[in-house]
Design a protein around this ligand. Structure first.
Ligand SMILES: [Zn+2]
Length: 281
């Protein structure tokens, strides 16, 4: 009984001590957004000359004190936001991240080599994975994401973020994007301004692929493209056409797969746009 009581008091103290210093060490800390797996949060900290870490991943803070944080598909339900001041004083705040239930999506009829690649394809697959990881790891001071996000194409949603994939009966990596089923040749518009950081017209799994960086570690990737119409280093405006939809890579039909990352965390694009309204003919 005494031991239980002690554990209980310790739990309260830990919780309290966890929360209290965040307010003690900065003048202001404001967080708004989706505290959910796949969610993006906008923050404001004053003073702005502090360093901020989400579970040891450092965020960029703009001169005006604004920053963003993202939660991965499998983010733990409790994450740690650590603030380090210029005088090295530190404080920590615990963030509660809501857990999601993901669908299981079964897809059959894929070419067997796209489900279980032959050994000779593995070096290519690895090289492509590294290149895209490097592009998404970019973190710079641009704040293009502040424009907000628009759908890159409009049409029926045929795949959602996070679903567990079973391809030709075999469990595979989850699906991280939102799939919009539209015909080959449909123009793909930039959902927000950005700089093109990666282009590959023919990736093993994702076919024609573009990574568009929106600043502060937030990027969009567009997969299975037919025609890529931008180059690495090019800056684009919101709504500018960057590609056309295709059926390249591991697909069963034409669609756009739009993914978003904050650093290496996969963000759910559907949480950043208004719900899709598609006119039925
Ligand atoms: Zn997809």
């Amino acid at each position: 009984m005494v031991a239980r009581m002690r554990r209980f008091l310790l739990a309260i103290c830990l919780h309290f001590c966890w929360l209290a210093p965040a307010w003690a060490c900065v003048d202001r800390l404001q967080l708004d957004g989706d505290f959910i797996q796949g969610g993006l949060v906008h923050g404001l900290v004053e003073p702005a000359n502090v360093r901020l870490y989400l579970d040891d991943v450092e965020t960029v803070i703009h001169a005006d004190g604004r920053f963003i944080l993202g939660f991965d598909r499998d983010a733990p339900q409790q994450m740690k936001l650590q603030i380090v001041r210029s005088d090295r004083r530190e404080c920590v705040r615990s963030l509660q991240v809501r857990k999601r239930a993901y669908d299981i999506q079964r897809i059959d009829g894929l070419p067997p080599k796209k489900v279980t690649p032959a050994a000779e394809s593995l070096p290519r697959i690895q090289a492509e994975a590294n290149a895209i990881k490097t592009a998404r790891a970019r973190v710079d001071a641009r704040v293009d994401y502040r424009s907000g996000f628009r759908w890159p194409v409009r049409g029926p949603i045929s795949g959602v973020y996070g679903s567990q994939r079973v391809l030709n009966g075999e469990p595979r990596r989850p699906h991280y994007g939102v799939d919009i089923a539209v015909p080959v040749g449909t123009p793909v518009a930039a959902p927000a301004p950005g700089i093109v950081t990666y282009v590959n017209p023919d990736m093993y799994f994702s076919g024609g692929t573009i990574v568009l960086d929106h600043g502060h570690g937030l990027s969009s990737s567009f997969l299975h493209l037919h025609e890529v119409q931008v180059e690495v280093g090019q800056t684009v405006d919101q709504g500018e056409v960057i590609a056309t939809v295709g059926a390249t890579g591991r697909v069963t039909g034409a669609h756009l797969d739009w993914r978003m990352n904050w650093r290496s965390a996969y963000i759910d694009p559907q949480l950043l746009v208004v719900p899709m309204v598609v006119k039925s003919e």
